[in-house]
Design a protein. Structure first.
Length: 283
């Protein structure tokens, strides 16, 4: 067994020395959120590292919607899930079809369309909020879930198309040629050859689009106004409108809301790095 050299040991030690402070800095907000969530209201601002009387009562209040700000908790949670899943599915359909057309079918003007789509990222998403609001109003989509779904698809699709196109370029063109020789149509190549080989990138892009829509606040705040239609991030902002905000309930709700994306990322973490960087380096 080969022992690590002094240089390798020093490099690994530096990485550890950098990684530990970054990990601690990242975990501190999550830890404080959890401490608030298990603290009684009177102990929430005690400043202690651990509450003297930890309790799960705050979780019970949230789950049973036993507070004015939480009266539509499960409806708003469901809205977030529906919008995120729909935006992720639509982004996948659009990006996959576009990447296949540009990379494999070589449609005329495909690369121009790709470059124009990426050009939209030169404009910050916040600057597009008002034009997006006006557009949704013109089409009668304001205060409907479709307005936020389409807005999220608009934001996530250019990047999704670019990533999938780069990953598609790495697939051997001989596979398509062999399928054509066997009499396969373009649709059969797409379904039987392209999709199975692109699955890691598809999972990564789908996860990216879902998490983007799940965490969105600005567009959700502008496009939705009915308490029964808003997403949970917007509802969390209502906690701050009171003079005596129930911070322990705010942190409990935030902690619960953070669990699904954490679970999604953990489940598909092995696809995220490989899928999102596929094609970033030409071989």
């Amino acid at each position: 067994m080969k022992l690590p050299t002094l240089r390798e040991t020093a490099t690994e030690a530096r990485l550890v020395l950098i990684g530990i402070p970054v990990l601690i800095w990242t975990m501190i907000p999550i830890y404080h959120m959890f401490v608030f969530a298990i603290s009684p209201k009177e102990d929430a601002f005690s400043g202690k590292l651990w509450p003297e009387h930890p309790t799960l009562h705050n979780f019970s209040i949230v789950f049973h919607q036993q507070h004015y700000f939480l009266r539509d908790f499960w409806v708003q949670f469901g809205n977030s899930a529906l919008i995120a899943a729909s935006a992720g599915a639509l982004t996948l359909v659009i990006a996959t079809a576009a990447a296949f057309s540009i990379s494999r079918l070589r449609v005329p003007g495909g690369r121009i369309v790709l470059n124009l789509a990426l050009f939209t990222y030169f404009i910050p998403a916040a600057f597009l909020a008002v034009p997006m609001y006006r557009t949704m109003g013109n089409y009668g989509l304001l205060n409907t879930h479709w307005s936020l779904i389409l807005a999220m698809v608009t934001i996530s699709s250019p990047y999704a198309i670019w990533v999938l196109k780069q990953a598609s370029d790495k697939l051997p063109v001989e596979l398509d040629e062999a399928a054509v020789m066997d009499g396969a149509t373009s649709l059969q190549i797409f379904r039987l050859v392209y999709l199975p080989l692109m699955m890691p990138s598809l999972v990564a892009i789908g996860t990216y689009a879902v998490l983007l829509a799940w965490n969105e606040y600005l567009y959700a705040f502008l496009l939705l106004s009915n308490d029964k239609d808003i997403t949970l991030p917007v509802a969390l902002g209502n906690f701050l409108s009171a003079d005596d905000s129930p911070w322990e309930l705010l942190m409990t709700t935030g902690f619960i809301y953070a669990l699904p994306p954490a679970a999604i990322y953990y489940a598909f973490r092995r696809y995220m790095v490989g899928g999102l960087t596929a094609g970033a380096v030409k071989s």
